[in-house]
Each structure stands twice: as C-alpha cells, then as structure tokens.
Design a protein around this ligand. Structure first.
Ligand code: ADP
Ligand code: MG
Length: 259
C-alpha cells in the first residue's frame, strides 16, 4: 500500500493555504507531518481524508485517487482522527467506536457480531475498554482522544490520518498511543500523523515531512530532517540536537533565536 501526494493544493478567500504539496509517505510506516502553527498540516490531512476537496492535485493510495472515490469507498480505506473531533457527546464510548464500522456494513443491516468483536478489540487496543459504557461527554479530553483513535481502529483503514493524536495526553499516554500506532504499521497500515512535538516525532517516526507556509521544505528520515540547519529557520528558534542515551535517536533542545 503506497501513498503519493501529488501537487495537492488548496486556497481559501484568495489565500493559498497549500501551494502544491508533493510527498510519498512510505508504506506500512509512521510518517510525521511537522511544521509550525498554521503551516497547513490539518488542511493537508483533511484533503487526503476527503473532508476538503483539493483545488488541484491527487492523493493516490495504491494508484487509486482518493479524491475521486465515493465517501463510503474512501471510508473503507482511510480513517481520520481530527484534532478537535466533534464528539457525539450523548453516545457511549462503545457506540462511538461502533460508528467506525459504518462504512463496512450493508446499507440496511445493523451491527453484526463481527462488528462487535472488532469494536471490542479496538477498545482494548486504544486502552479505553474500561470506559466502554460511559457517555462520551463524561470523559476527559485525553480519554476522548483515545476513543476517537479506537473508532478509527474499528474502521480497519489501510491509511490512518491522525491530527495531533497526543495533544491532550500525559507522557505515558503519549508513548502508549504511539505504541498503538507502531503496532498498526507492523500490521500493514500506513500512518500519517501531524505532530507538534518534534521530540516525539524524533522518537517514533520512520519518516518525516516538514511543512512551512503550505509547502514541503524537507522530507526524509528523522536524522535527515531534524537537524538544526533545517529546524532553526522554520521554527525561528535555536536548536541543538543531542543523542538519546538508550535509543541513539535525536533529542532536540530549543532556545530563543537571537536576532
Ligand atoms: P496547522 O494544522 O499546520 O496548524 P492549518 O492547516 O490548520 O495549519 O491551517 C493553515 C492555515 O490555513 C492557517 O493560517 C489557517 O488559519 C488557514 N485556514 C485553514 N482553514 C481555513 C478556512 N476554512 N478559512 C480560512 N483560513 C483557513
Ligand atoms: Mg492543525
């Protein structure tokens, strides 16, 4: 399963938000979508997910243009977990996760035992099984974020798009969530995740794409992209890169730029 973003572009009110994004996130891997606030990360994910219609360009998944698929066909292949999901707050956690099965069901059939089984596995995998019967509105932001992940897992996508999935999470829960994502990639799911925290990206990603003002400014391995020369001008900070004592992966430290 390969993903190719081919010159995806989007504008609003005459302002170019994405100016033709090209990149090829590797298959069965976790690609971090990085960039400062307003760089266009959420917009790019929404274009790939079909929530927004691109002005130009294609998003090819195994050479099929996702933009041209019907909603239902796309939802069988692609799941998006938005930054601020509009929560159906009156649903229980289990009901919310079962919604992930909708694109796989027949148009008239209800929930099958197989749907229940898949939803239970997704609840367990995302660590929200203990809340299964709680109403969404009663959960904390971090708990709700994991429920949305569980719903996306129940959707059994080939491509999983995550918009800042670790935002509301404590450090243990952040690592847990990235662990879930890494297990998915091992099972053949391609994941594209907008991440705010460059150190989390350095620790977990196989590949990164760095956006600035709607353009790709760097793409490659963590070691190739998370370097001071690349990061400093884009984030307008000073940056030092250290080596993690256990994993050998880059650890970034930041200081204000001195102009
Ligand atoms: P990121 O997720 O990287 O922080 P976004 O994709 O949310 O960035 O937004 C990129 C830019 O596009 C921002 O400047 C944002 O204000 C603007 N933008 C996004 N959607 C809209 C919209 N519907 N109308 C006007 N501006 C928008
Ligand atoms: Mg965003």
């Amino acid at each position: 399963m390969s993903l190719e973003l081919d010159h995806l572009a989007w504008s609003v009110g005459g302002r170019v938000i994405l100016g033709g994004v090209d990149c090829t996130p590797p298959r069965d891997a976790l690609t971090g979508l990085l960039g400062p606030n307003g760089a266009g990360k959420s917009t790019l994910l929404r274009l790939v997910a079909g929530v927004l219609v691109p002005e130009a360009g294609r998003a090819l998944l195994d050479d099929v243009d996702l933009v041209r698929l019907s909603r239902r066909d796309r939802a069988r292949r692609v799941a998006l977990v938005e930054q601020e999901s509009v929560a159906e707050v009156s649903l229980t956690v289990r009901e919310a996760v079962l919604l992930g099965r909708t694109p796989h069901g027949s148009r008239w059939g209800g929930v099958t035992p197989r749907d229940e089984e898949i939803a239970d596995a997704a609840l367990a995998e995302a660590g929200v099984a203990p809340f299964a019967d709680r109403v969404l509105a009663t959960l904390s932001g971090g708990e709700r974020q994991r429920v949305h992940l569980a719903r996306a897992l129940a959707q059994e996508p080939e491509l999983l798009l995550l918009d800042e999935p670790t935002n509301h999470l404590d450090v243990h829960a952040q690592l847990d969530t990235l662990g879930v994502v890494r297990r998915l990639t091992a099972r053949g799911v391609t994941v594209l995740a907008a991440l705010h925290d460059l150190n989390l990206a350095a620790a977990a990603c196989d590949h990164v794409v760095l956006l600035e003002e709607g353009r790709v400014v760097a793409t490659g391995s963590v070691e190739e992209v998370l370097r001071p020369e690349v990061i400093e001008p884009v984030y307008r900070v000073r940056c030092h890169v250290l080596e993690h004592p256990e994993t050998g992966r880059p650890v970034l430290t930041f200081a204000p730029a001195t102009y």
